[in-house]
Design a protein around this ligand. Sequence first.
Ligand code: ATP
Length: 443
Amino acid sequence: MEKIVSLCKRRGFIFPSSEIYGGLNSCWDYGPLGIELKRNVKEAWWRSMVRERDNIVGLDTSILMNPQVWQASGHLEGFADPLRECKSCHQRWRADEVARDTCPSCSGELTTPRMFNLMFKTFMGAVEDSTSIVYLRPETAQGIFVNFSNVISTTRKKLPLGIAQIGKSFRNEITTGNFIFRSREFEQMEMEYFVKPGTDKEWFDYWVKERLEWYKRLGIKEEHLRLRPHATDELAHYARECYDVEYLFPMGWAELEGIANRGDFDIKQHSEHSGKDLSYFDEESKQRFIPYVIEPSAGVDRSILAFLLDAYEEEVNNGETRVVLRLHRTLAPFEVAILPLSRNPKLVPLAKEVYASLRRSFRSEYDDSQSIGRRYRRQDEIGTPFCVTIDFQSLEDEQVTIRERDTMSQLRLPTKHLEETLKAKLDGEPFDVLPPGATVWKP
Ligand code: ATP
């Protein structure tokens, strides 16, 4: 974990928030490379959940909502963790994370557990009193439930229907830590899948499988993933059944994503509390019912941490250590780096020309700053799958070199085939399938 934290800081993926003031506990800022990675993770989720499906639509709802939402959803009452405080040093602990009655930090006596609500409160408008209290949402799901009728009536879609949302959530966690694994402000990717009661079990199994596959497709090793069913006494107040997709983090197996069968809990609660009929009329069976909901709920930040951990490798070649981030090509901040051999004025125009044409199709970076070896190492460390090198020979034979991150193999090819070749390689074509007029070199 320390290696990832240090790489993230050094290369500009993730910085501690408000660092010049000493930071703010468990808050993090995504830097120039981190934001690209984050956008790619969210895009990969959105593509697989919304764009590639006929019956899932998106939504972007506000973080602040009418407080009655949280009354109805049960969060005001039940969204709490058991807390114990040390009577000597006053440090607070989550009761389920301390094994004994003594403080893990100073061995002082701990209080008996009391429930601590995790919702952040703030005030809306100029007056700060009990009537102006609003909450920062602790999950994005409720924005979806309260819009169920709006979406059904405007899209005229039929069940099963999914509604997806990506956005910030806030939880005043008792303990935070393990870098971006647990923070108080984080981002979620949630999808509520509304189905006919009776078909929920089948859809639950379907989504558990789909979500597990998504992580594998994007490069998480199979042996680092597992499914863990929740025991009955562990289920959230709204859930009938729940599976966690767990990842083997350096601190042990921990939740990446929760997949829950929320039954009709939420729609029923919002119907009762709002007085609006949120039931669904099924044209086919001529029945009216409250749909059941299957919810895959993933963390953006936890996914990013897992992708980084799984991609990180230190490789020894000829006595030298190479750090390489084997990120899946759809997640890597840059797909291709364009590197002239040097800043020699004869090379720059051609290199800039190649850059200008590639950046239209690929996430590209141009770098002419240091020795070519150092620039390759930097691109390896930030996960760029391909580098394109322009050298003096290129000026004569109109050929350039593509270097592959994972094997360090190089392919020399006519510049006119560069774009189509990169596209094919980024789509997964093996590196040693050669375009016309190309040669390959392996280290
Ligand atoms: P945990 O048991 O780890 O506190 P949870 O069961 O409360 O998590 P859910 O309510 O199921 O989490 O939230 C869905 C997803 O949102 C989690 O799988 C996780 O990826 C993400 N998430 C939840 N809380 C946090 C947090 N404090 N920091 C970062 N991500 C979080």
